[in-house]
Design a protein. Structure first.
Length: 201
């Protein structure tokens, strides 16, 4: 089965990746925005698995730009939020709750969360005040984009990490969480910084 995207280029829909994060990305776009937008965004994805890491990062940079151009920034952010929610699956949420349950204080939990399966200093969660946590990532942990050679134009892709944090800390504290990304490595900063606000119900 062949479909034409808006640029008039024919793509075989059965060549769109079905597995991994890229397959999940295509599925989310299809479910939320429709098949035509998915085909437009997923241009040149049929050989994704054969690309080297810097080339994969470049594909994602271009794909996010195509998504933003096709549907606007707000809808593109929504797509990346959905990706982040699914990335922070039940396993990660259970881990967050377990680390919190095993901790005698929020500070102890943040130390555990900072060092869970990562090298010391790569992630630092610190308590700014009673309801605010600052998360600093000294490296990009997303294997899809961390080897990008060209900075991303916006922080849209990183909204996946924003939603991951929202789900992770919501699971830990049992309350709604607001998360703001103030800077991002893949957009040119030397670290990623998140402001995590725990809302009291």
């Amino acid at each position: 089965m062949r479909r034409c995207n808006r640029e008039g280029e024919k793509m075989e829909i059965n060549k769109i990746p079905k597995t991994g994060r890229i397959g999940r990305f295509a599925k989310i776009i299809t479910e939320d925005l429709g098949e035509d937008i998915m085909l437009e965004v997923m241009k040149d994805s049929d050989n994704y698995s054969s690309l080297k890491a810097p080339q994969k990062a470049e594909w994602w940079r271009a794909a996010v730009e195509r998504l933003e151009n096709a549907v606007g920034g707000d809808k593109a952010i929504k797509i990346m939020n959905i990706c982040g929610s699914r990335c922070c699956g039940q396993g990660n949420r259970k881990t967050a709750k377990r680390l919190m349950d095993e901790s005698k204080s929020v500070e102890e939990f943040l130390v555990k969360a900072s060092n869970y399966e990562v090298k010391e200093g790569e992630i630092e969660y610190t308590l700014k005040d009673e309801n605010t946590i600052i998360g600093t990532f000294n490296k990009c942990f997303c294997g899809q984009v961390r080897q990008t050679k060209k900075p991303f134009e916006s922080k849209t892709y990183c909204q996946c990490s924003v939603e991951f944090h929202r789900q992770f800390f919501k699971a830990a504290f049992g309350n709604p969480v607001d998360v703001e990304l103030t800077q991002s490595i893949i957009t040119g900063a030397d670290s990623c910084k998140f402001i995590i606000r725990i809302n009291e119900e």
